[in-house]
Structure formats: structure tokens, C-alpha cells
Write a protein that binds this ligand. Structure first.
Ligand code: CDT
Length: 368
């Protein structure tokens, strides 16, 4: 029987892959309006201890992790400011409330995605922000500010409504979607020192891991993922606070007539967004919730999961409490999607995509 000769294993099937890495998502249960910040940080550190025990090299926390999801409340002055953190000497790692997390990550040489409400130094602008701390080089190496801010500027009218005042409290992110390489997260990678250059020769998929960051609502927008896909992203990180019941924000339908059904739908849309976009950009994603009933009455969905580059869920949280999800993933698997079905350079037709950047709202065809 004859056999077909090939030049080597198919894309993504390198049994000797060195792009394997253990990663963790640190889901948080509710943080109430009166939960002391130090208590929340202690819980986050406990999850990091657990991640370290399980050999994780990267930990991902939720959006605005260490405080209650305050945009549901109408606040001003100090009542609002208390939720924001400021960099010290241009460094989030020195910010007093957040410092213990960076100190622990430094001790463990662990990389960390950390979400917090940011107040900038001189001009006091507020953003919904995440930073990526590299435990390998002991430095914050990337910052992302949430671009898609859901909800309203003005509070909804009526009693017993759940607000989502992100447009009131934050400016839209001004940093775009900049992918970056996480230094030393993977062993034995190709680096500049060898004389090699990105996008030239045989370096595709061989350098330090390519990472992109999103925050909550961003994950629903394919444009955001594609920005990263076009930079060869292998791992997208996304923390979220997603309400399980907000008829004012989301509208209602027969399908979501009860709290239970609305929550089911919110969980479904979360999973739909992260699985499809991981597949369509041939990247892994780590998606992490803050969840449960904050203040005993505001429900947030759980469903934290790590998704592979084929869009399959690798591991999923089973509670609405503090819970660590961990998986060993192999970023070499991304090559198959990037080189075959979604070989962008061969198959994308940008001459037909003008509306995507040229137009914001919907323009329907003329009436007949
Ligand atoms: N925090 C955040 O962005 N929450 C929104 C609420 C629902 S808007 C459809 C989210 O996208 O999960």
C-alpha cells in the first residue's frame, strides 16, 4: 500500500509542541457594596495561590475585579471616586489597593490580567481598564481600556430598575486593540536575537505568545476580535460582569419572560460570542465572570470558560462563587485555523468590507 508523502505534520499537529501552557481563570463570586476592598483582594490572592499550586503561568480576573459592579448605582463625588484606582509613578503595580496582587504575582512569576476602574493621574479621566502584568519581566507590559460601553448616560426611570451607567462613568477606551507578545510565557520561542523577523521566513506561530485583551461587552463585537485576529492573536483574555436580569437594558421577549429564562439566555449569548469568535480568529480565549447576587439582589451570570481555537469549551465554571478554572492549552493548535479555513491573506475580501469602518448605525435599503 502506498502512502502519501508530506513535508511534515499538518498545521497545528506538532506532537513535540513547545507552545503548551497552563492557564487559569479566577472567577469571583459577588462583591457587595459594603465588602471591604481588602477582603476582595484577599479572595483574589487565594485564587492566585491555588493557580500557582496548579502550575498556572497566567491568571485572568474579571472586569473591574476588586469592587462591586458599581455602574448599576447612581453615584457622585467621593461615593463614586472610592471605586477608582490611580497609577503611582505611571505604574498600576504601585497603586495602593492593587499592589498586593502584583506583589503576589511577582513572587509566583505569574502573568496576570487585572481589571479595575481607572482614574488617570493629571486629568482625572475615568476608564474601564485592564492591565497585563508579565511575571517574567516583572512589569505591566500592556493596558487596554474598554471600547464598547453598554447602557445609558442617564439613569432609567422607575423603581426596582437595574442601571448600567457605564456611559456616565467612563470615557470610551482610547488605546484601540493592540495585541502584544507575552515575554517568556512559553519556552523555546524564536526571538529577535536570533536574527529572525516577525512575518518573515519561518517565524509564524513560533515567537512569544500573541495576546489580546477585551472587557465584557467588547466580546459581543466581532470587529473587536477581528482587530486581534489580524494581528495573529493566539490568546484573547476577557473579564466580565454580565447582568442576568435587566429588562430596561436588554428588552424583553416571550423567550425571556422570567428571571430564569433571561439568565439562560444571557449565559447562551455569552457562550455564543466567545466560542464563535475564538473559532473565527483561530485563537484560544479565557473568559472570566464576577457573578452571583451582589447585595443579595443584583444577579450576575457565571459561566466562566476557557475556549479553544476550534470554538470548543475546554473547561467551564460550575458555581457562581469564587472558583478557579484551569487548563493546559497548546497554542500551536491555532495554526490549523490560521493557515487553512481562515487564512486571511488568501480569503478575506476587504474591497467589500467598507461599511464596517465607514458606517456606524444601520442604513436600510430604499423602500419598495
Ligand atoms: N459589564 C458589561 O459590559 N455588561 C454588559 C451587559 C449586557 S449588555 C448586552 C455585557 O455585555 O455583558
Amino acid at each position: 500500500m502506498g502512502s502519501i508523502q508530506t513535508d511534515g505534520p499538518p498545521a497545528g499537529q506538532t506532537p513535540e509542541s513547545t507552545r503548551q501552557i497552563v492557564v487559569a481563570g479566577a472567577q469571583l463570586g459577588p462583591i457587595h457594596i459594603n465588602t471591604p476592598r481588602s477582603e476582595a483582594i484577599d479572595r483574589m490572592i487565594k485564587l492566585m495561590d491555588d493557580a500557582h499550586q496548579k502550575q498556572a503561568k497566567l491568571i485572568v480576573y474579571p472586569e473591574i475585579a476588586p469592587v462591586t459592579f458599581f455602574p448599576r448605582h447612581v453615584l457622585e463625588g467621593d461615593e463614586l471616586e472610592q471605586y477608582f484606582d490611580r497609577e503611582v509613578d505611571g505604574d498600576a503595580a504601585k497603586s495602593p489597593h492593587l499592589k498586593p496582587l502584583f506583589d503576589k504575582a511577582r513572587e509566583y512569576k505569574m502573568d496576570m490580567y487585572l481589571g479595575y476602574a481607572e482614574c488617570t493621574g493629571d486629568d482625572h479621566v475615568h476608564y474601564n481598564t485592564v492591565v497585563y502584568y508579565s511575571g517574567q519581566v516583572d512589569k505591566v507590559i500592556s493596558k487596554y481600556r474598554k471600547v464598547h460601553l453598554p447602557g445609558s448616560f442617564e439613569p432609567y426611570k422607575g423603581n426596582d430598575v437595574t442601571n448600567q451607567l457605564e456611559k456616565r462613568y467612563f470615557k470610551p477606551g482610547d488605546l484601540g486593540f493592540q495585541a502584544f507578545r507575552a515575554p517568556g510565557l512559553l519556552p523555546d520561542v524564536v526571538t529577535k536575537n536570533s536574527g529572525a523577523k516577525a512575518n518573515e521566513g519561518d517565524t509564524l506561530g513560533k515567537g512569544d505568545a500573541i495576546v489580546g485583551m477585551l472587557i465584557c461587552n467588547d466580546r459581543r463585537w466581532p470587529e473587536a476580535w477581528r482587530e486581534y485576529g489580524l494581528q495573529g492573536v493566539e490568546l484573547v483574555l476577557c473579564g466580565y460582569n454580565t447582568t442576568a436580569w435587566a429588562p430596561e437594558l436588554l428588552g424583553t421577549s416571550k423567550k425571556t419572560s422570567t428571571r430564569e429564562k433571561a439568565k439562560e439566555e444571557a449565559l447562551f449569548h455569552n457562550k455564543l460570542s466567545i466560542t464563535y469568535n475564538s473559532y473565527a480568529n483561530a485563537c484560544f480565549s479565557i473568559n472570566v465572570a464576577k457573578c452571583g447576587f451582589e447585595d443579595g439582589r443584583y444577579p450576575l451570570i457565571g459561566g466562566s470558560c476557557i475556549v479553544d481555537c476550534d470554538g470548543e469549551v475546554v473547561v467551564e465554571a460550575s458555581t457562581e462563587e469564587d472558583e478557579l478554572i484551569v487548563a493546559e492549552i497548546d497554542l500551536a493548535m491555532c495554526r490549523r485555523g490560521k493557515e487553512k479555513v481562515f487564512a486571511f491573506e488568501r480569503h478575506r475580501r476587504t474591497e467589500h468590507y467598507g461599511r464596517i469602518v465607514g458606517q456606524t448605525g444601520v442604513v436600510e435599503p430604499e423602500l419598495l
